[in-house]
Design a protein around this ligand. Structure first.
Ligand code: HGY
Ligand code: MN
Ligand code: MN
Ligand code: MN
Length: 419
């Protein structure tokens, strides 16, 4: 029934937490892993099934759905003035291979829950609303991460992104065709009035402080590099240690240097080597070539520059010491983000109006919202996750946390959608 005061001060204005939880449970059945997590790699058949499920739900909720050239999905709910730029709620449905049931999915389905709640209230907003699913946020199948939102926001060129390939050489363009999500809508270039992304914190702070809402003021800088170390393959039995040009020894020294460099720039410096490929990879050949990845994070751009210098200089020294050739190639570099202060404040007020204590915080994880923030006023809403664990099949969140986050999202969106 329509609320007489459907604004953020109305204590009764909240989403249907049970319906949100049921949708998350239905989505989690797609790509469910034996250990209770999710595996829906970007533009895989599981991702296609999840996308199809979401699109069906949006159509059933009265939305029109468009797909752009990067496979980004936009479910649109008309307002009174549809010529005006929309308020957009977005996140991602793709997961890590051993991902959880909430990372990304919560933000997408919280957006759908906002639409469903407005339908229940028979409430028409002034501005149109859109719920977006951004392609390849995780960067697990195709690198770099946040690819679809990056092209939409003008951070990456569409052709470069479409040509990115996975480990089997399948391109983004080919995977879009295979899944039927090679849309014809132009990518980006259209104004958005305001952007919100609700997400689990993927860290321990909110739960440790007994809080349910984080008003995210920004996100840390992150850079991805490809590293190749080249030495000489040789016989494990006949090559004396002092004559070896062992690429894997070089990699081991670089990984140790990365650990020490992150700590030297602590407590916020973080460096991860997630992928190591050894060539030829047999037991009795001294490795001639190693490929590895570096994921470098720090809240401060100057610090991340210093970390990069330390890694480059260190790599040179390691290679000189063993007689290797080393190459460290930047793949993506996202500066530290500051979200829109007015929208962040509307998140704080929406939380207060709904009766939740909130705290400001900076995101340790990267999000699609980070790219969108370079394009339009953007803010994020965090809810806790159990033990702060994420990018793990045991990722968990309590229904009441998710209901709170979606209720705050509803209120902040209503605020932003009002003329
Ligand atoms: O890597 C990240 O920070 C994000 O979770 N994809
Ligand atoms: Mn995510
Ligand atoms: Mn993630
Ligand atoms: Mn995100």
């Amino acid at each position: 029934a329509p609320l007489d005061r459907p604004d953020r001060t109305n204590p009764d204005l909240r989403v249907d937490g049970a319906r949100l939880w049921a949708s998350l449970t239905d989505m989690a059945r797609i790509g469910a892993t034996a250990r209770g997590g999710s595996c829906r790699l970007a533009l895989s058949d599981e991702d296609r099934q999840g996308r199809d499920l979401f699109v069906g739900w949006c159509r059933a909720a009265g939305c029109s759905v468009t797909v752009d050239g990067l496979g980004n999905i936009f479910a649109r709910r008309p307002g009174r003035e549809n010529h005006r730029p929309p308020v957009l709620i977005g996140s991602h449905l793709d997961t890590q291979p051993t991902g959880g049931r909430f990372d990304g999915v919560f933000g997408v389905l919280a957006g759908l829950e906002v639409i469903r709640t407005l339908n229940d209230l028979d409430l028409t907003t002034d501005r149109p609303l859109e719920v977006a699913v951004w392609t390849n946020e995780e960067g697990a199948r195709f690198a770099p991460s946040m690819l679809g939102s990056g092209v939409f926001a003008g951070v990456h060129e569409a052709d470069w992104a479409l040509a990115r390939t996975d480990a089997d050489g399948v391109s983004v363009a080919e995977a879009l065709r295979q899944t039927g999500y090679a849309g014809d809508a132009p990518v980006g270039g259209r104004p958005l009035h305001a952007v919100f992304e609700a997400h689990i914190e993927q860290g321990p702070i909110l739960e440790a402080e007994g809080l349910v809402i984080g008003a995210v003021t920004g996100a840390q800088a992150q850079r991805w590099y490809d590293v190749t170390l080249t030495g000489v393959e040789s016989h494990a039995g006949t090559t004396p240690m002092e004559r070896r040009r062992d690429a894997l020894l070089g990699a081991a020294r670089l990984i140790d240097l990365a650990e020490r460099t992150a700590r030297a720039h602590g407590p916020d410096g973080r460096i991860t080597v997630g992928v190591v490929a050894v060539h030829p990879g047999t037991r009795n050949v001294v490795p001639g070539r190693v490929f590895l990845t570096l994921d470098v994070r720090h809240p401060d751009d100057a610090e991340i520059d210093a970390i990069e210098r330390a890694l480059r200089d260190g790599l040179k020294g390691i290679c000189a010491g063993i007689g290797l050739k080393g190459a460290m190639t930047p793949l993506s570099a996202d500066a530290a983000v500051t979200f829109d202060p007015a929208l962040v404040d509307s998140v704080r007020r929406a939380a207060a109006g709904a009766g939740y204590r909130a705290r400001d915080m900076v995101s340790g994880a990267g999000h699609d919202a980070c790219h969108l923030a370079t394009f339009a006023p953007t803010a994020m809403i965090f809810v806790p996750c159990v033990d702060g664990l994420s990018h793990n099949e045991a990722e968990d969140a309590r229904p009441e946390w998710l209901e709170a986050g979606a209720t705050v999202l509803l209120r902040a969106v209503l605020d932003a959608a009002r003329l």
